[in-house]
Design a binder for this molecule. Structure first.
Ligand code: IPE
Ligand code: IPE
Ligand code: MG
Length: 269
């Protein structure tokens, strides 16, 4: 069971929230669509890229708090395949911030036993970014704690296409697997990881923007008006508390309508 002692300072407002968390029902996987950097900057009459720069502090606090919460997997959506439509300078800044983050956080991740992982067509990125990512993957490969996925040059549809292509390539090489949900899941970028239990989106937008389309089939969705640069562990804990108040039914019913009705319920679940 998770040890929350490092999650909040004694006497802090966060500590009051932490006390309300049910330690036995912490989500295994939390996925976050980090949104609102541009609006954060605009509200301060700053260029959009300043919002991305300010967003790095939110990433740091969220990663640290997620590990302290005892999550098995945290996935952050950092750059979508569709984000290439943005102005060149914005893309260049995002790639530089990413490169710096991956380089500077390496040691911190290792110290916290966090295993880094990247989802998406990230090998198509600038070779300098690819090199920093590879180095961090290598140095955290032995870590046994939380898996930290960053979705980069990511698209949920591309992920499913890539999975199908790899299945077909394996077939051609004589490695045949049945086409079923279990097989497809194994060929996704998130192979071996549990599906997200909780999907968070910041900045109030009510859409999934091509994120983890397969994996969020039964994720609980929590949207906050907070813009990503302002997001901190307090928001993450609030999302977890909201998650714990939900009733997950997976298409079924929790209580039979009347005593004895369970005799008629299907054995499939
Ligand atoms: C999210 O913030 C960061 C990325 C998509 C890389 P945005 O840049 O989308 O911010 P808004 O939505 O324009 O405010
Ligand atoms: C989603 O945010 C992508 C990332 C957070 C990386 P966007 O800002 O790109 O999404 P839309 O355009 O509002 O759907
Ligand atoms: Mg946006």
């Amino acid at each position: 069971m998770a040890d929350f002692s490092k999650l909040a300072d004694p006497g802090s407002p966060e500590e009051l929230l932490v006390r309300r968390i049910d330690r036995e029902r912490v989500p295994r996987h939390v996925a976050i669509i980090m949104d609102g950097n541009g609006r954060w900057a605009k509200a301060r009459s700053m260029p959009r890229v300043e919002g991305h720069r300010a967003g790095v502090a939110a990433v740091r606090d969220t990663v640290e708090a997620s590990a302290q919460l005892g999550l098995e997997v945290l996935t952050l959506y950092a750059f979508s395949v569709e984000n290439w439509k943005r102005p060149r300078f914005e893309i260049w800044t995002l790639m530089n911030l990413l490169k710096e983050y991956v380089r500077k956080e390496r040691r911190n991740l290792v110290n916290n036993d966090i295993r880094f992982n990247v989802l998406g067509r990230w090998r198509e990125l600038d070779p300098l970014v690819v090199r920093e990512i590879e180095q961090t993957l290598e140095e955290t490969a032995h870590c046994k704690g939380m898996h930290f996925n960053v979705a980069l040059n990511y698209s949920g549809r591309c992920e499913i296409v890539d999975a199908c292509r790899r299945i077909v390539a394996d077939w051609a090489a004589g490695k045949r697997a049945d086409i079923d949900e279990e097989t497809l899941g194994r060929y996704l970028y998130t192979s071996g990881q549990p599906d997200p239990d909780l999907l968070i989106r910041t900045s109030g937008e009510l859409r999934v923007s091509n994120f983890l389309l397969w994996q969020i089939a039964y994720a609980e969705i929590w949207v906050t008006q907070t813009l990503w640069p302002d997001f901190r562990r307090k928001d993450l804990i609030e999302a977890v508390l909201a998650f714990q108040s939900r009733e997950r039914r997976y298409g079924g019913v929790l209580q039979p309508e009347s005593p004895g009705m369970e005799l008629f319920s299907s054995s499939r679940s």
